[in-house]
Ligand binder design. Structure first.
Ligand code: NDP
Length: 369
């Protein structure tokens, strides 16, 4: 049972690039943010710092001309957030009530009342759950097994070597196509004989001479050596059950991501996969005062730098909202902290009691009268 209550103006959930950037901005704005992140949990695959904690070299984050290790980058993010006074709480949130402000979050030891809430809980790559896939030292995760071609594809270990991509959606097509820049050959292993990917992405992959499709096949096991990492995969043809070993230097799992939004189901509007819907002009969700940033609301870009960018936006949106300024909602209208709605065409302001006020300069209204 929670024993202590915390009241905070800005509460951020998640400590990846989005959450920590939101923390840096809101802490510098003197909003004294509280950042809640999940403790390390091998089973649930959670690590404070998000997906970059399971990445090695990050070569595409601007500002690091020589590249930086993913975990080192997140240490820097965190130090920067700490420097401006971000308060951290490492606990699992068991319940979230967004029905009224302040929003109420419950953890094992605390009830947290939040004036505004920034959701930056990210998305987790889905894994096959097969032998050899776990993170080093239990498997080859991080040493030949990856869920991010953009992050790991250009590594020297994969240059001019055969690679395997698993999946049949747009991500798999994109990753396979991207990896042909570095690999000698890319095998795309899919469990069916039809792709889920969009026509255009399929065509791009089919036209690429370096990509070879292996249909109706499952990857059963990652094979390798502790030092060398992955050396191959064991495949099973799902039609005739025949097994074979395919030598390769790396395996990229591209079977989709799962946004971490279970806590908010039924409260925040989401798409059919579970990504939170935000306004195209801000990070506002359908609940005024709740903002979402990073991968939890982005199925398209999913890069550390785009996550950080939306984290900045969420902090500025929360600040605006606390300053009683209207924030653009996904519905198109704008909402203030007092509950006033400005219609999408800005022609009227609807007060919390339903009174409609024409949004016109006073003299114009006087003339019309
Ligand atoms: P999807 O859910 O679209 O595809 C996942 C693929 O992985 C499917 O082919 C599925 O097989 C396969 N799969 C799922 N689970 C397993 C498993 N356990 N074993 C083997 N194979 C499995 O995910 P994506 O990440 O590809 O795409 C997510 C969303 O992001 C989509 O809306 C996509 O359009 C979008 N996207 C857009 C891009 C772009 O436009 N540039 C780039 C990347 C993503 P099966 O088909 O049999 O179900």
């Amino acid at each position: 049972m929670p024993t202590q209550t915390l009241d905070r103006e800005v509460v951020i959930i998640g400590s990846g690039p989005a959450g920590l950037t939101a923390a840096i901005y809101s802490a510098r704005a003197n909003l004294k943010p509280l950042l809640i992140d999940a403790p390390v949990d091998a089973e649930k695959q959670t690590t404070p710092g998000g997906q970059l904690m399971i990445t090695t070299d990050v070569e595409n984050y601007p500002g690091f001309s020589e590249g930086i290790q993913g975990p080192d980058l997140m240490v820097e993010f965190r130090k920067q957030a700490e420097r401006f006074g971000t308060e951290f709480l490492e606990e699992w949130i068991t319940e979230a009530d967004l029905s009224e402000r302040p929003f109420r979050l419950q953890t094992e030891n605390y009830v947290v009342n939040a004036g505004t809430l920034i959701v930056a809980t990210g998305a987790s790559a889905k894994w096959l759950g097969i032998p050899g896939e776990a993170k080093v030292p239990d498997g080859f995760g991080g040493n030949g097994v990856s869920a991010c071609a953009t992050c790991d594809g250009p590594l020297p270990a994969f240059r001019n070597r055969p690679l395997v991509v698993v999946g049949g959606g747009d991500t798999a097509m994109e990753e396979a196509t991207f990896l042909t820049r570095y690999a000698s050959h890319v095998y795309l292993v899919h469990r069916r004989d039809k792709l889920r990917a969009s026509r255009i992405m399929q065509d791009k992959a089919f036209c690429n001479e370096k990509i070879e499709f292996i249909w109706n096949t499952a990857v059963e096991e990652m094979l390798g050596e502790p030092e060398a990492g992955v050396t191959g995969v064991r495949l099973r043809n799902l039609q005739n059950n025949e097994e074979r070993v395919l030598p390769c230097a790396g395996v990229f799992i591209a079977i989709g991501h799962k946004p971490n939004t279970d806590l908010f189901k039924g409260q925040l509007d989401m798409d059919e996969v579970g990504y939170i819907k935000t306004s195209h002009r801000s990070t506002a969700t359908n609940v005024a005062g709740v903002f979402a940033c990073g991968d939890v609301q982005d199925a398209t870009y999913r890069q550390a730098v785009t996550a950080a960018g939306t984290g900045c936006m969420a902090a500025l949106d929360a600040e605006r909202y606390l300053d009683h300024l209207p924030v653009a909602m996904p519905s198109g209208d704008e909402v203030t902290i007092e509950g006033e709605h400005v219609t999408p065409d800005h022609s009227a302001i609807i007060e919390p009691d339903g009174t409609i006020i024409p949004n016109q300069p006073e003299n114009l209204v006087a003339q019309e009268d």
